[in-house]
Design a protein around this ligand. Structure first.
Ligand SMILES: CSC[C@H]1O[C@H](OP(=O)(O)O)[C@H](O)[C@@H]1O
Ligand SMILES: Nc1ncnc2[nH]cnc12
Length: 290
């Protein structure tokens, strides 16, 4: 059995990963442009790791500016099969207290169409299933890991993804709550869509940092408050990643989740009509089916 290759996309406050051996910086250009930063590769607990800070080191890219396609394409090129996303989120439920961890199982997309969110196009049409956008097996591992390291964890929940970069109005926040969502953020869509198209399992460790602006007993969300909670919890997030990596290594078997073969029946276009250049660009993603 080959060593697992696990990607970590660090969100707000997580710009580096600790404890790796044989660390290298890999600068990649992709057909979709430059990723958010150099990929940091190394070994951790028997796995090969590929780390990328979503907003770049120094937090330089807005949620709408992050080049999600280049990031996921780069992960695929580096052999990543599972991505652990780490994200700061607002809590939309009383019981999700700032400092708690949520492992969401659903996304609700409220982005405004400004983000490139598919590898398809340019002569190739494909439609992947996305009813369950998070890999169930990876989510189980992340929830168990969070519990193991002593975090208060909520397993399951809907993450509503807004365009940002401004936080929500009070009316929006209350309406989202009426829709029944659990947490709010700005980044996990389209990242998760692209991971599914690339047949990479995707799971999120969401750190609740605030009550957005709906809670009468708490201050409205601010960057200052978000950073304070992240700083208190970043060590815990790193412990969760390490525990999850150890479990993935221990359970290592060929993936049999739906994510691992999501493209098998997804491409609609007659193979003989797909332009050569498109085939070349998408070779790491659809090559095995052509
Ligand atoms: C600093 S609060 C807003 C910012 O934090 C979250 O980012 P990430 O998912 O990368 O941790 C949120 O989506 C916003 O981008
Ligand atoms: N309240 C909030 N809204 C959107 N993204 C967030 N990230 C952290 N807190 C957030």
């Amino acid at each position: 059995m080959q060593q697992p290759v696990i990607g970590v996309i660090g969100g707000s406050g997580l710009y580096e990963i600790e404890g790796l051996t044989d660390v290298q910086e890999v600068v990649l250009e992709t057909p979709f442009g430059a990723p958010s930063d150099a990929f940091i590769t190394g070994n951790l607990a028997g796995a090969k790791m590929v780390f990328l800070p979503r907003h770049g080191r120094g937090h330089r890219f807005l949620p709408s500016e992050v080049n999600y396609r280049a990031n996921i394409y780069g992960m695929k090129k580096l052999g990543v099969e599972q991505i652990i996303s780490v994200s700061a989120v607002g809590s939309m439920k009383e019981e999700i207290v700032p400092g708690h961890i949520v492992i969401p199982d659903q996304f609700f997309d409220r982005t405004q169409g400004k983000r490139a969110s598919t590898f398809f196009g340019n002569g190739v049409v494909g439609h992947v299933q996305f009813a369950d956008p998070i890999c169930g097996e990876l989510a189980d591992i992340l929830a168990d890991s969070a519990q193991q390291v002593g975090a208060t964890v909520h397993k399951g929940g809907t993450y509503i993804c807004i365009e940002g970069p401004n936080f929500s109005t009070r009316a929006e926040s209350n309406i989202y709550r009426n829709w029944g969502v659990d947490i709010i953020g700005m980044t996990n869509v389209p990242e998760s869509r692209l991971a599914r198209e690339a047949e990479i399992c995707y799971g999120t460790v969401a750190l609740a940092t605030d009550y957005d602006c709906w809670h009468e007993g708490h201050d409205d969300v601010s960057v200052e408050a978000v950073i304070a909670i992240i700083q208190q919890n970043v060590a815990k997030a790193r412990e969760i990643i390490k525990a999850a990596v150890e479990k993935i290594v221990a359970q290592r078997s060929e993936r049999d989740c739906e994510c691992s073969s999501s493209l098998q029946f997804a491409v609609m276009t007659d193979k003989s009509l797909i332009p050569d250049e498109t085939k070349q660009v998408l070779d790491p993603i659809i090559g095995k089916y052509l």
